[in-house]
Design a binder for this molecule. Sequence first.
Ligand code: BT5
Length: 327
Amino acid sequence: MKYKILEELKKQKESYVSGQKLSVILNVSRTAIWKHIVELRNEGYSIAAVSRKGYKLNNSNDILNMYELSGIQNIRYYESVSSTNDIAKQLAVSGSSEWTVVVADNQTAGKGRLGRKWITTPKKGIWMSILLKPCIPPWEIQLMTLAASCAVALALKDTVNVDAGIKWPNDVLIEGKKVCGILLEMNSEADRINHIVAGIGINFSHEMHDFPKELANTATSVKISLNNNGRDIEGIKRYDIIKAVIKRMKELYEQIQIGNAQPVLDGWRKYNVTLGKNVKVIYHNKEYTGIATELTNEGNLTVLCEDGIKRTISSGEVSVRGLMNYI
Ligand code: BT5
């Protein structure tokens, strides 16, 4: 019943609906309506109640729960987990199907690549992992990595209308700062992928002071970037971005599955901020600088290094001059 009331409040958008009207529509007493309003408030919804006017759902609500995420197939919502990737991996081992999506409001041990940490601010971001079982050989995994970053860039355009950039292979940036990181973990045999977990972290409603000092110059959130451009985040919901990421990821994934990497490569090239730039790369444990010249059809990056040698890198670190902390 409480979600039926929520549904009615959502329909009214910014105006009040009286307790009397709600009790007629839903065929329950006004006291029952009030009881459910209290329950919704306890779940975190901000609902105004004004005598003679009724109830109004505050537009700034940005709540994640099973109800708000219910349109997504195989969704698992948790208030707090160690890492959504770890939960998705456990679900994979216990036989969950692909496109199981794990979303949490908090992570106590968020992970980055290569043993690094991912800073998770509770309720202020999108912390999600998608379980996939693609029928592609393990050496094509890089395309999945690129697909995830493209899906995020496209979803941010669809929902928030911001132009994000992708730094090779899959950091998503807004105005040169990191708004999203992606951690792809694979369980495979020599020539077969058992499953992949695509972990996606998007900073959403952070203020600058939510980030620790060491990220002050390199991280941003959707809210910070909108505010910088005179826009507001109100009315934009994390669940809309989550749904858009899944939709875009499905489109790209289905093409990769039928052997068509073109949409991923085209999308990546369109949004990338790496090609043509001065970069610093690590290749076989040595550091080189040069110009990033090309994204190969396998999703690798070609760099024309200062010693005149063209090197193709398939993973590791690339810093782009002028972006984040590479001066
Ligand atoms: C990443 O690693 O960027 C992958 C991050 C993946 C996070 C998601 S959240 C859902 C899922 N569950 C997980 O446990 N992980 C995934 P990497 O490229 O190694 O970057 C890590 C570096 O980014 C850190 O060393 C910091 O410098 C920086 N960093 C950490 N937290 C950040 C944040 N919230 N925003 C921006 N930068 C951050």
